[in-house]
Write a protein that binds this ligand. Structure first.
Ligand code: IMP
Length: 430
């Protein structure tokens, strides 16, 4: 069986959690491959809302084994908190159901302190990170000074590594950022306790996934963040510090490209972004409020991890084409189509104009991107509430036309459309 990959095709928050939950019903293994607890994946089953930050969304299915791959950075405190919360709701998070790559790097309180210090120092130029220590943890990984989860199996070496790590970062925190030092002994004691609980979950994710595939089991790679937050292919420097794209799925799990089957992009029927940086189709005023919602509902456009209101705008095909090229998408899931109901005319950006010249690709530098004026197609909207529709043919004609338009523009089929937050509020288009 192949490895199928789920990728965010925009700036994150596309609804990957619910699509993973849907596809996990047919998978044996679900594996996260990038990011950390900066992600917030929401799965809604009836009245139950599960908000997951680190644990793959497949965990809600009791027949699915979940893996946190080597490409993920793990804050063990957050992970244990999430495991305990799930266990309290009857979800099995034992080592048989939840495994952690020995090669995954750990996020420590020093990383979180540094993330905050750096953002404060950037002032008006702040990236708007989630302040979860993600950037500093990946910095240590790339600098070859990080601490890997595998040390949970070696308490003595872990204690030494944590001591040295905190002391080294205290130098920077106190001397460069004028912050209070962290107490290395306290951090080491906390990590010793985390290690005791997490050591039984350690595996080599590449070996486990390879074995599963060889035994005919199907594996789903669950992306976090999105293509435009990719360290290389996103809106640098307003990006995260990992590779949420298809290439990242391979390096973040430890398998090669030949095992890949479908690569499903997930995109909202409009666009959102959190944090700073240019956003060509951004809206303000009434239409922005209309798309964002008030925050009264869990599905309104407020960050799952930070609670920040998201910036919103029309759908941007330039972005989706970029995501298609970077990831080789074989299909697309279109989420939140219901939010567009009741809007008389819906705009879709089909290209950008700079100084009277049209461009159809996503620029690599932000100065150029900031000058891009969107070129729109305008499509007729629909008035009907579509949240109870389960059959594509039952959607209003203009809603069908909108989905078909996106599919044709992108050259990728759209087999999944979501029309509400619930697991059942999904249209599967044959
Ligand atoms: P970091 O990943 O916390 O370093 O944040 C870097 C940028 O990525 C910021 O603009 C964040 O808002 C954004 N970001 C990180 N994770 C997510 C996510 O899961 N959804 C949307 N934006 C995210």
């Amino acid at each position: 069986m192949p490895l199928n990959i789920i990728i965010g095709a925009q700036w994150g928050d596309e609804g990957k959690g619910r699509i993973t939950d849907l596809l996990a019903a047919k998978a044996d293994v679900v594996a996260r491959y990038s990011g950390g607890d900066n992600a917030g994946h929401t799965v809604t089953i009836g009245a139950d809302v599960f908000k997951l930050h680190l644990i793959p969304s497949g965990i809600i299915h009791d027949t699915v084994a979940c893996i946190i791959g080597n490409g993920v950075v793990i804050n063990p405190k957050v992970l244990l908190h999430e495991m305990d919360a799930l266990a309290a709701r009857g979800v099995d998070v034992s080592p048989a159901c939840l495994q952690i790559s020995r090669r995954a790097h750990l996020i420590t309180p020093a990383h979180i302190a540094l993330d905050k210090a750096k953002e404060m120092q950037r002032g008006a130029e702040a990236i708007g990170t989630t302040l979860r220590g993600i950037g500093p943890a990946y910095t240590d990984k790339i600098s070859r000074t990080g601490i890997r989860a595998g040390l949970f199996a070696d308490p003595e070496e872990l204690a030494e590594a944590i001591q040295a790590h905190v002391e080294a970062h205290n130098e920077v925190l106190t001397k460069i950022y004028n912050m209070e030092p962290l107490d290395a002994n306290v951090v080491a004691a906390d990590f010793a306790a985390y290690a005791q609980r997490l050591a039984p979950h350690l595996v080599d994710s590449g070996v486990v996934i390879d074995e599963a595939l060889r035994n005919g089991r199907s594996v789903l790679a669950e992306g976090a963040q999105g293509t435009l937050l990719d360290i290389d292919h996103g809106t640098y420097p307003f990006v995260t510090s990992s590779a949420p794209t298809a290439g990242g799925a391979l390096t973040g799990l430890g398998v090669g490209p030949k095992v890949v089957g479908e690569i499903m992009g997930v995109a909202k029927a409009f666009t959102t972004r959190v944090g700073s940086g240019p956003f060509p189709t951004e809206l303000d005023g009434d239409m922005a409020m209309r798309l964002r919602g008030t925050g009264a509902n869990p599905w309104d456009e407020y960050g799952t991890t930070t609670g920040r209101p998201r910036r919103v705008g029309w759908l941007d095909m330039v972005i989706l084409r970029h995501a298609h090229r970077v990831n080789s998408l074989t299909e697309l899931a279109l989420t939140k189509l219901d939010i567009l109901s009741g809007i008389p005319e819906i705009k879709v950006c089909v290209g950008y104009e700079i100084d009277g010249v049209r461009i159809d690709y996503f620029p690599s530098d932000l100065r150029t991107l900031a000058r891009c004026q969107p070129i729109y197609d305008t499509l007729p909207g629909w008035q009907e509430d579509i949240m109870d529709v389960r059959d594509f043919a039952q959607l209003p004609a203009n809603a069908q036309a909108y989905v078909n338009y996106v599919s044709e523009q992108l050259g990728v089929p759209i087999p999944i459309i979501s029309v509400g937050p619930g697991r059942a509020q999904t249209i599967l288009k044959g």
